[in-house]
Design a protein around this ligand. Sequence first.
Ligand code: FE2
Length: 429
Amino acid sequence: MTAGDGAPRQETIFTMEATPIKFGPGASADTGWELKRLGAERVMVVSDSGVIAAGITDKVRERIEAEGIETVVFDKVHVEPTAGSLQQAADFALDGEFDGFVGIGGGSSMDTAKVADLVSTHPAEIMDYVNPPVGEGRKPPSPLKPLVMVPTTAGTGSEATSVAVLDIPDQRLKTGISHRYLRPHQGIVDPDLTRSLPKAVTASCGLDVVCHAAESFISRPYDTRDRPESPDDRPPYQGSNPISDLWSAKALELGGRYLRRAVENPDDLEARGFMMLGASLAGVGFGSAGVHIPHACSYPIAAIKHEYQPEGYDVDEPLTPHGYSVIVTAPAAFRFTYQGDPDKHHKVAELLTGKPVEDGDENTLPDVLVDLMSQVGAPRGVRELGYEEDEIDDIVDGAMKQQRLLVIAPAEVGPNELAGIVRESMENW
Ligand SMILES: [Fe+2]
């Protein structure tokens, strides 16, 4: 875009929005109080079978009903939701005539609750709301009904973001629905709820947190974008800005300090608590700035093949946990983006290790990430997730569809660059 004199008009504005978060051991007991405050009387509780079996859903539900609020549980959450599974939740929401929504669980339950609320408030086909070019990118015309999130994993940060991620199986890709109205009205983060998680879930979710924070911290600064014609066209992912950097930096510090401990000892409540806090902080940071190359590659990596058998995951079919699909390309992606802003890459390495970087180069941050990955038991690379070299092009095609993410990478990235990154990521060590 150009101004009248032909000079480009740069963006000069960034927006800071954050979900109100209530944090601390025992916080989930306030779920009913928060819903009442928001005016809900009949709520749809969205949860997956694992969380229900662990007794967590019922515990929170009791506290909601104690406030005189009616609850109905939807337990058909698909781990890694699909357009079909979200449609099922949306139909349930439309039939149930709810005036409030609660997601209790990991990202899949929370994202399903977001979409159930969206379709219940503004009925339409799921694909109408999905980000273009895959869907129509329709915008909800007004705010949604009260939406409260109670995460039970320290990962997605979905309680703090305006995005719901979904699989489109017939197109073998993952994409999202993103709009500021999908941002929950309240997040309730209770470290006591994560006690029962297996090690691999803690590791994968924690690595996702680290990537959210690192990608947003080094994303292309908001003021290097063109300024949109209308505030309506300002993207939810704005690029890094002085406020998102604060959230992302703190999340990196917590991830570097506590992830190894949380994975090693499931009873280390202090480490688990700080990882949950880190997940929410990173959610605010990336909800504002955005994520780019590792997340763009993660969607096809998780969607094309379902061969990986993660240890400790309670699922019937093989699946690639989101955090693992993201972290495998992160070292190579950050080696590539180093040229965009070397100082910020060094800073990420410093925050993760707690030590100053001397004589840093493009390998400094990738080396720090590879250390962390190997110590928490992550897969070594893309090959371990089921891919061979001749399948790199399929991953690149899928990643190229995530233009919404790729445009905020701090270095120009096209198919050749992505192919190079995925090739380097076949084995990270
Ligand atoms: Fe993520």
